[in-house]
Design a protein around this ligand. Structure first.
Ligand SMILES: Nc1ncnc2c1[nH]c(=O)n2[C@H]1C[C@H](O)[C@@H](COP(=O)(O)OP(=O)(O)OP(=O)(O)O)O1
Length: 150
């Protein structure tokens, strides 16, 4: 499965979501989701951000790739984007609740266990490749490489 994530950073805050359904429901994450057939990762992350929060990110930059091996989905490749602005008003949808969060108050305890290992890199504008093995929602193994060229 190929998927995407978006983190919009503006005025010392990052725009997160509380996910209402699907994989990771109830967790805090960035907007994102699966890439549809025929879509590029960039097209997918713009569509997912529009669908989940009713906003359009400006000039998304890909900073990371994450590879997850999970019990029920052995190979997820997730393209991770950052944007510094957007058009529209973040709005709750049936998929997500927008959660503006101060950069020093990111609720890692409510997020996937891997996020604390790479989200600080994205916020610091570093590029990264992360590989993670999960059993259920428990992270068993991780490897992070920084300074990757995309
Ligand atoms: N371990 C981990 N950390 C951080 N983020 C994620 C994971 N595993 C994941 O799957 N994810 C991300 C990757 C995607 O952005 C979402 C999962 O996508 P999903 O909600 O299933 O995709 P949608 O296309 O929105 O789903 P439906 O429309 O089919 O409900 O989580």
């Amino acid at each position: 499965m190929h998927a995407t994530l978006m983190f919009i950073v503006r005025d010392g805050q990052v725009l997160l979501i509380e996910k209402k359904r699907g994989l990771g429901a109830g967790k805090i994450n960035g907007p994102g989701g699966k890439i549809d057939p025929g879509e590029t990762p960039l097209q997918a992350i713009i569509r997912e951000t529009q669908e989940e929060l009713c906003i359009t990110p400006h000039t998304p930059r890909k900073l990371g790739e994450l590879r997850f091996a999970m019990s029920d989905c052995p190979d997820i490749l997730c393209h991770v984007y950052r944007a510094d602005d957007f058009t529209g008003t973040p709005t709750e949808t049936d998929e997500a609740v927008p959660v503006w969060t101060r950069l020093e108050e990111i609720p890692y305890q409510r997020m996937w266990e891997d996020d604390r290992h790479w989200l600080p890199l994205l916020l610091d504008e570093q590029t990264f490749l992360g590989k993670f093995v999960f059993e259920g929602e428990r992270m068993l193994w991780k490897e992070i490489t920084t300074g990757v060229r995309w």
